[in-house]
Design a protein around this ligand. Structure first.
Ligand code: SER
Length: 872
């Protein structure tokens, strides 16, 4: 059975059991700061397990893209060396949100494996959490798995609930005991059953994990029961494919065959089962999918993990003899293999290739640089062991892998201090964990257990009831004048910050008090009105009138709609690789960050403005439609990476199909309301990310008016008008050039006259004319010209001219050619410049210099005669 057929059979089986088929979510977890990458099928359902989100269904099934590299559950270091670890894999799953529990979950899994896939029962082994008698009994008594193939696993990872059979998504959040199903690949492969000392071998491979989600773990380690016991299961598609395709390594399945040969071809090596080739063909999948989902290599967070994976791939390619960039060349094979199931790969192919190629090229420079540093360190090395901190510095600062350092050391009969390196690594891991926002406690983010109804799409005013007040993070009943607080209402027209659009401001008023809302945010289902009580008092339970500042809201809405138009125009003008990387929409302006590799040219800026303004002038209605995510995607709606979308999504269209995006924001009624869009800046914010800022409506008009004022002022300065400003300015510049020329001529004349006067002052020292004169106010260029002239006039001569110009001492020395054998202008200059606290030098016949000590200038000039006397 091909992998695609297994995927389909799984999803269909669970659909037949009443499950809703849900599409894979992005690899960037939606609005979840606790998680680096989507690492399990359950991620997108986390809030359903916690009871904070209700969906139209209580049973779901999916095939989820997962990355396990970096953060908890990282498999990176194992990849390539075992038959079953990957940085990227697909996880088939079935989920129950307070619907069925252990008995059905176990029965479904067993029926699918033995009934649909027809796996021999005697090949299947089962583990349960040590104390989970209920699961143990279901397996042994109802399903009939013999006790010899049942294994109880306790807390085998050194702490309570730290167990292979207790699954947690992160340090906090939903978790529970699990039962895992293993497949025995046969006695010819080394390894023992789970729990045995040989369990790390490849013989018994876990194929399916059924988690009984029962608890929410808080940071203090306490397990709080979930509102309803639930089920989360995960079966790696690659592992079950290996079983079904009668191979024991995942790298032998259909999904990998072509990738391995494409990797070998790109590297230019044989395709014969080397670990490094497996590393490369695994890593192209995670890198390709991560870039397609909007991650770019960088030095922090997700981008850093991506960078590490790319570098690991490059290094293994180099080990196999690759010269030059090779990794990006495998993208085409990845797209051919998986592009049908994941169209984002096809759409992003060119972008993925470009990002990988650029990163490979940068890494090769890094390696070169690291090698130089290593050479220096080795030159200074005492003894025969390269210290751990040196190895770590190379690794951490220059991306120089330890085994490469070890290789080079070996060639010189040196060793590396691996233990010392490991200690530094460990210290860095601790630093990284404490600095990482991904360690956030999920539970501290969810304190308010209220669902506010949002009425703001239709209205900016209304009435509501206060359901909670928080002062300094604590719930209070009464708020007094002057106090700052967060007020939660049962319903509100205030838009809460999201999707880049800032929260609304305005007022909440009651008969007893007036609260100024300065910002609105959202946590779970609750809208938080942040502000200050400017008058009287407010109590929980009291009715209030709600009033959004409609002018601010209106200006913000125009900017938001314009952002969508700009996004669509960017894709038209620059290409489909443009992805939103961030946006900020407020009443003053819009800011849009997006992926693109070079500065935007002025003609492209103009094209963008033209396209957007043409859409504005069409004045088409801004349309919204509530639908499901699949229908929305089929309509071509652009979904944003890192945004979480529920079952029901809001599709916002402008100009028919010109711009179709998923968006919950507030928008103009018609595109014409925007009035005008004017781009005011363009620049880079990070590697491969550009930023455009623009203004719309009244702000755009104000911007143009200000420009017009400047134009008028400029015209006034040249006594012209905006119509003839260019002519006037050209004339002024022309005249300026002519005057500069005239000035130069006059200066030359003046210098020549001065030269005539000066030559008369020359002394005769042993038959040499010596002239040392102070001329303040002349720049170096003028003095040079003068020295030249004087040399011609005086014949056999040594000249030093010096003066103060713009508060600095300027010196020029000249020696006629016939004397340069004995006297060098550069030598004279060295002495003179040193005397004025500066430096100088030049050719034997002409030298220049300067200094700062104007008081010493005369003494410096007086050095000339002794210089000549000494040299002749
Ligand atoms: N969340 C569990 C796992 O990842 C089951 O899907 O193993």
């Amino acid at each position: 059975m091909k992998s695609a057929e297994i995927r389909e059979a799984f999803l269909r089986f669970f659909e037949e059991q009443g499950h809703t088929r849900v599409a894979s979510s992005s690899l960037i977890p939606g609005n979840d700061p606790t998680l680096l990458f989507t690492n399990a099928g359950m991620n997108q359902f986390k809030d359903c397990f916690l009871g904070q989100e209700k969906r139209a269904y209580t049973r779901a099934t999916s095939s989820q893209k997962c990355v396990r590299a970096g953060g908890k559950n990282s498999d990176l270091e194992n990849v390539g060396y075992t038959a079953r670890h990957h940085t990227f894999f697909e996880m088939l799953g079935n989920f129950s949100f307070g619907d069925y529990f252990k008995k059905d979950a176990i029965t479904f899994a067993w029926t699918f494996l033995t009934g649909v896939l027809k796996l021999p029962k005697e090949k299947l082994w089962v583990t349960v959490y040590a104390t989970d008698d209920e699961a143990y009994d279901i397996w042994t008594k109802e399903i009939g798995v013999p006790v010899e193939r049942m294994i109880r696993i306790g807390d085998n990872k050194g702490a309570p609930y730290a167990s292979d059979n207790f699954w947690t998504m992160g340090d906090t959040g939903p978790c529970g005991p699990c039962t895992e199903i293993f497949y025995d690949h046969g006695a010819d492969i080394w390894g023992g059953p789970p729990g045995s000392p040989e369990e790390d071998g490849d013989r018994y491979i876990e194929i399916w994990n059924n988690v009984f989600m029962q608890f929410n773990r808080t940071a203090d380690g306490v397990l709080h029961p979930l509102p309803a016991p639930s089920v989360d299961t995960g079966m790696g598609l690659e592992r079950i494919s290996a079983v079904m395709q009668h191979v024991h390594s995942n790298y032998e399945i259909d999904l990998f065959t072509n990738l391995l040969s494409a990797s070998a071809a790109a590297i230019g090596c044989a395709n014969d089962n080397q670990s490094s080739l497996k590393v490369v063909s695994d890593h192209i999948r995670s890198c390709g999918f991560l870039i397609a989902d909007g991650v770019l290599p960088s030095n922090e967070g997700r981008g850093y993990v991506l960078r590490r994976i790319i570098r690991r791939a490059c290094r293994h390619g180099n080990k196999l003899g690759a010269t030059g960039s090779f990794f990006y060349k495998i993208v085409a094979a990845l797209v051919a293999e998986m592009g049908d199931a994941f169209p984002e790969l096809k759409q992003q192919q060119a972008n993925i290739e470009r990002v990988l190629k650029a990163e490979e090229e940068q890494f090769s420079k890094t390696l070169e640089h690291g090698l130089k540093i290593l050479e220096q360190d080795l030159a200074e090395l005492k003894g025969s062991v390269v210290p751990g901190d040196v190895v770590f510095k190379l690794y951490d600062t220059y991306g120089f892998p330890m085994d490469l350092t070890a290789d080079i050391a070996r060639e010189r009969e040196l060793t590396v201090d691996e233990a010392g390196f490991e200690r530094e690594m460990q210290a860095q891991r601790v630093r990284a964990r404490s600095a990482s926002s991904f360690g956030l406690d999920y539970n501290t983010l969810v304190k308010v257990d209220v669902a506010t109804q949002f009425t703001g799409y239709q209205a900016t005013v209304g009435s509501a009831k206060i359901v909670a007040i928080y002062k300094d993070g604590k719930s209070v009943d009464v708020l007094n004048e002057g106090e700052e607080a967060v007020v939660v209402l049962d319903q509100t027209p205030f838009y809460a910050e999201s999707g880049g659009q800032v929260g609304d401001c305005g007022f909440l008023s009651s008969t007893s008090g007036r609260f100024e809302v300065r910002d609105t945010t959202k946590t779970g289902g609750a809208f938080l009105h942040h502000g200050v009580l400017v008058l009287g008092n407010l109590t929980v339970g009291a009715p209030v009138d709600t009033q959004v500042d409609a002018d601010v809201r209106h200006a913000t809405a125009l900017n938001h709609s314009a952002t969508h138009l700009l996004h669509a125009a960017l894709r038209q003008v620059l290409g489909e690789h443009v992805q939103q990387k961030g946006s900020l929409v407020d009443s003053q302006r819009l800011r849009f960050d997006f992926s693109h590799f070079e500065a935007i040219k002025p003609e492209q800026i103009k094209a963008l403005e033209d396209i957007v303004n043409a859409e504005i002038r069409k004045n088409s209605p801004v349309e919204t439609e509530e639908t499901d995510i699949e229908t929305a995607k089929n309509k071509g709606a652009m979904a944003l990476f890192g945004e979480k979308y529920g079952d029901e999504v809001r599709v916002l269209s402008m100009g028919g199909s010109f711009s179709v995006e998923l968006c919950g924001g507030i928008h103009a009624n018609r595109t014409g309301d925007i009035g005008l869009l004017k781009i005011i800046s363009e620049g880079g914010v990070a590697s491969g990310v550009r930023r455009i800022e623009a203004v719309t409506g009244a702000a755009a008009l104000a911007y143009l008016n200000a420009a017009e004022e400047q134009l008028k002022e400029a015209a006034g300065l040249v006594k012209g008008s905006r119509d003839n400003l260019i002519d006037k300015l050209s004339a002024v510049l022309e005249r300026n050039r002519a005057l500069e020329k005239q000035l130069e001529q006059l200066q030359a004349k003046a210098a020549s006259a001065a030269g005539d006067d000066l030559s008369a002052q020359a002394l005769d020292v042993k038959g040499v004319k010596v002239l040392a004169v102070r001329l303040d106010g002349q720049d170096g260029k003028a003095l040079l010209a003068l020295v030249d002239q004087l040399k011609n006039k005086l014949g056999r001569a040594v000249i030093l001219l010096g003066g103060v110009h713009e508060e600095k001492v300027v010196l020029v020395a000249g020696v006629t050619k016939d004397l340069t054998g004995q006297l060098k202008a550069g030598d004279l200059m060295k002495q003179a410049a040193a005397a004025v606290g500066g430096k100088g030098g030049g050719r034997p016949d002409m030298a220049q210099g300067g200094g700062v000590d104007a008081g010493a200038l005369d003494a410096a000039l007086a050095l000339t005669v002794p210089f000549v006397e000494a040299g002749i």
